[in-house]
Write a protein that binds this ligand. Structure first.
Ligand SMILES: Cc1cc2nc3c(=O)[nH]c(=O)nc-3n(C[C@H](O)[C@H](O)[C@H](O)COP(=O)(O)OP(=O)(O)OC[C@H]3O[C@@H](n4cnc5c(N)ncnc54)[C@H](O)[C@@H]3O)c2cc1C
Length: 422
């Protein structure tokens, strides 16, 4: 069955590409149709839950260009050598074979909200009753003058995992002894608030092993960052003297880079670096903008069901959504996806819908077995997803607690990826 479905998809895509006029794919046997754009933390979860829980009553199509999804979570650990790239890669076969999801490997290039159709780069047109957008992030053009995606091979972002993570790791391993690694961190709001600082920790860890006289320059436009006290305590304990953070007081809001010269200009002071990890300011993945559901940056949604404030038949999940108090994380996207899946299934099949509840925890690794976390529970109010209760690791915790926290994160990784793909 898997083979036939895959073959059908491959033939369908090839045929579509050869037709001059777009085709509407409407063979849904009268079932309601859900199209999900983006097969990551939000989209894969939503597709899986709708297909699984509706037991075939809803026709689910998942549009995702990549055949392999590399999780950003644990990609910093990959850079430090704690995991292999294969350990953070996942494919879509089970979603097709076990749940009957129509997995289409293509780009969505347009959404017509009046006709309720999605156009794909290959030429096909998919009709929908409900559309779910979970396209993740794109970078704001010109956010770091001198940097563009054309320069991402010289100065990688590694903020979409996969080849960029491999490249950044290779550049770090090739640094000259005593060389300098720089990161240009993004302004709020951005994907994974602790992500840049976990990365600094992991780069410090690998350099401590391979290049102990190397230095790390963190150029950060923000006054404060997630789990700051915990990271700074850990950096002092494990990597003393290695990491220098330049904040807004010292010009970090006025930064340009030169990828050819490998320099970072911080408010007129030009620094030579050997590796430069530029993580630009972010906005919703472009297709959300093309669907006309963003405010120019993010897509405002209703907390109760993640529906767009611009269109009740379009839902936006994960990083692309402007939802309130939740951070932009994989955990959050997965949690929002389950709320959305229940609401969509309820609307299309009259099944019971329970009040929305959301949870999130973000774990970060500072050094081997030194894990920290921050998390919260949330509820839907009329205005937003609102924080109810939170917790955060404490400075000065003992080694056993930190090790247990790290082990928890390993368990979480297995759980969320199974919840998305198995
Ligand atoms: C370094 C790093 C570390 C992180 N660590 C953690 C962590 O420890 N815990 C945690 O919870 N989160 C973590 N995150 C954040 C997490 O990866 C994201 O918040 C999460 O993946 C968001 O899910 P999403 O569905 O919005 O987007 P994604 O998971 O990025 O999925 C978006 C998908 O949409 C597809 N897509 C985009 N445009 C189109 C289109 N036009 N047509 C079809 N498909 C399209 C993309 O190919 C992609 O597969 C980390 C992020 C980074 C960068």
């Amino acid at each position: 069955m898997t083979f036939n479905r895959r073959k059908f998809i491959a033939v369908g895509a090839a045929t579509a590409a050869t037709l001059s006029a777009p085709r509407v794919l409407a063979d849904n046997h009268g079932k309601p149709r859900v199209v999900v754009i983006g097969g990551g933390s939000g989209g894969a979860t939503a597709a899986r839950y709708i297909a699984k829980d509706s037991k075939g009553a809803i026709d689910v199509t998942l549009v995702e260009p990549s055949r392999t999804y590399f999780t950003c979570y644990f990609s910093n650990l990959y850079i430090a050598g704690f995991t292999e790239l294969g350990d953070i890669s996942h494919t879509y076969g089970t979603l097709a074979a076990k749940y009957g999801i129509n997995v289409v490997h293509d780009w969505a290039v347009d959404v017509d909200r009046d006709a309720k159709t999605v156009s794909l780069a290959g030429g096909s047109v998919l009709p929908y009753d409900k559309l779910i957008l979970s396209p993740g992030i794109d970078f704001v053009e010109g956010a770091v003058p001198g940097w563009s995606v054309a320069a991402q091979n010289k100065m990688p972002h590694a903020y979409k995992a996969g080849s960029q993570s491999e490249l950044l790791k290779a550049q770090i391993m090739a640094m000259p002894q005593g060389g300098r690694f720089a990161m240009v961190a993004p302004p709020d709001p951005f994907r994974c608030p602790p992500g840049p600082y976990e990365r600094i920790s992991m780069v410090a860890h690998v350099l401590k092993q391979t290049n102990p006289t190397a230095k790390i320059l963190l150029v950060d436009p923000k006054e404060k960052f997630s789990k700051q006290g915990l990271f700074e305590e850990g950096w002092e304990r494990h990597y003393s003297g290695m990491i220098e953070r330049v904040g807004p007081d010292f010009g970090a809001t006025n930064v340009t880079v030169d990828p050819e010269a490998m320099t970072v200009d911080i408010d007129g002071s030009v620094e030579n670096v050997d590796v430069c990890n530029v993580i630009p300011a972010q906005k919703a993945g472009r297709i959300a903008d093309m669907a006309g559901v963003t405010d120019g940056n993010w897509a405002p949604v209703n907390a109760a069901d993640m529906s767009s404030k611009a269109d009740p038949d379009v839902h936006v999940l994960g990083d692309a959504a402007q939802q309130g108090d939740m951070p932009k994380s994989g955990f959050a996207a997965n949690s929002q996806a389950k709320v959305c899946a229940m609401a969509v299934r309820g609307a299309l099949t009259d099944s019971k819908v329970f009040p929305a509840k959301f949870t999130n925890t973000c774990w970060s690794l500072i050094a081997p077995d030194d894990g920290v976390k921050v998390g919260a529970t949330y509820e839907a109010t009329a205005e937003k997803i609102a924080k109810v209760d939170g917790f955060v690791s404490q400075t000065g915790e003992d080694a056993a607690t930190r090790k247990a926290t790290y082990e928890e994160s390993v368990g979480w990784y297995a759980g969320i990826t199974a919840d998305m793909f198995n």
